[in-house]
Design a protein around this ligand. Structure first.
Ligand code: SF4
Ligand code: SF4
Length: 427
């Protein structure tokens, strides 16, 4: 009641103005007001949040200066608000899903650089997710992304012929049903481990040294940790390119594997896997029955509880905040705190850091969506980091692979995962 009175007070001036108009004009204005929203919304119920897309499309593009895709492509079509305008026209049927329009909707690395500048707290990449799902339902996903989807469904990882488990050389102890029974029989506990380490496709196939370091640190801390005997891709790349049902199938598979492991905590080296388990799986109606932590946060906990004693590592380093870790998981302080616990390590900040970090170019499966532009974004970010130091530390295998790939021509750069640095300081 109070709310209604407040509202009447707020809009009282409209009533005064209306009362002075002829009846026909009053009726027209009230009818327009009541039907305005309906008029501007599509009749068909799709996956996109058209209300948000319309708000973003009407914005004067306040975040455009910080969009890494726009900085490289340099055409207004891929600026944040214009992508939303195109999405709005597609959703309302005013524009057909032409090749150019679809390409613009996919030209976003879902980095979230728009968010810190946005009055609505929007991430355009998130707004476009539902639009891509609608494009997938229209059967208009670009051919190379359809092939990528088929590869993931066939291999259960993002790599052709890729591995789905860590080798013994990484120090991984697989969680197996027979081992579970053995532990139960010998110790009387239901499960003999505290943590499930989920490495992710990229660590397993391209950066196994990250898994090695993380598992070694857990062993030093006395943490009982296991890995899955067969780890499927978390499904995020399928969701990124618009395949909602396929993503859900992968989510259900991994959530079940996590539940069967009996672990109370899942530790991920890849921030995208952590975001998937914490946010995207529940969003798709799939619950993960365990606490989910990124390795930087988990390792900091081990240091704080004195289970790990960091050593010394001399030199000037720069820390690159991965978009998903700093913005989605809001973990910008934890990696810095962990690095500050290492003796003699000097940490310098790039101009854009924390929640205002810049993308490595590979976010949102963009290296597959548009490899040329993705590579140029990597080059831009590398230049920002190398202004400060050639020794880069980060906490995401995707960023590490982007920087390593860009440096393959040799530029004196050295890139390490935060777990590798911590272990190095202790050896
Ligand atoms: S994301 Fe926010 S700031 Fe950027 S164009 Fe859309 S509404 Fe404007
Ligand atoms: S999420 Fe990143 S790439 Fe996408 S529109 Fe926003 S700033 Fe640009």
């Amino acid at each position: 009641m109070m709310e209604k009175l407040e509202m009447l007070k707020k809009y009282g001036w409209i009533m005064d103005a209306l009362s002075k108009l002829p009846l026909s004009e009053k009726t027209r204005l009230v009818s327009n007001f009541l039907h305005a929203k309906k008029k501007y919304m599509p009749e068909r119920e799709g996956n996109a949040n058209v209300d948000y897309i319309l708000k973003c499309g009407l914005c004067p593009n306040m975040c455009r200066f910080d969009c890494p895709v726009l900085q490289v492509i340099k055409t207004e079509t891929v600026s944040p608000a214009v992508k939303s305008r195109l999405a709005y026209h597609l959703e309302t049927g005013m524009l057909p899903p032409s090749e150019d329009l679809v390409k613009a909707i996919y030209d976003c690395c879902n980095c979230g650089s728009c968010q810190p500048w946005c009055p609505f707290d929007f991430i355009v990449g998130d707004l476009l997710k539902g639009v891509r799902e609608d494009i997938a339902e229209m059967g208009k996903v670009p051919g190379h992304l359809l092939k990528f989807k088929e590869l993931i469904e066939r291999e259960h990882t993002i790599y052709e012929g890729g591995r789905k488990s860590l080798g013994r050389e990484s120090g991984a102890k697989e969680h197996r049903t027979n081992r579970k029974r053995f532990v139960r029989a010998s110790t009387g506990t239901v499960f003999g481990h505290d943590v499930l380490y989920f490495a992710g496709c990229k660590v397993i196939n391209k950066r196994p040294q990250v898994a090695h370091a993380t598992l070694k640190l857990m062993e030093k801390a006395g943490v009982r940790c296991v890995t899955l005997p067969e780890e499927w891709c978390c499904g995020v790349p399928l969701g990124n390119i618009g395949f909602k049902e396929e993503f859900k199938k992968f989510a259900e598979h991994t959530a079940k594997a996590i539940a069967e492991s009996g672990a109370k905590t899942v530790v991920c080296s890849c921030p995208s896997c952590a975001v998937a388990f914490k946010e995207l799986y529940p969003g798709a109606g799939v619950k993960v029955k365990a606490d989910v932590m990124h390795s930087a946060e988990y390792l900091l906990g081990l240091v704080k509880s004195k289970k790990l004693k960091p050593g010394k590592l001399e030199g000037l380093f720069v820390y690159h905040d991965p978009c998903k870790l700093a913005r989605k998981l809001e973990k910008a302080d934890e990696p810095r705190e962990l690095l500050a616990s290492i003796g003699k390590l000097e940490l310098a900040e790039p101009q854009f850091s924390g929640k205002e970090t810049h993308c490595c170019g590979r976010g949102g499966s963009y290296a597959t969506i548009n490899p040329g532009v993705s590579g140029k974004i990597t080059g831009n970010r590398l230049a920002e980091l190398m202004e400060v130091s050639e020794r880069i530390i980060t906490a995401c295998p995707n960023c590490e692979l982007a920087f390593e790939g860009a440096a393959s021509g040799g530029n004196g750069m050295e890139v390490s995962d935060i777990a590798e640095i911590l272990l190095k300081s202790m050896e």
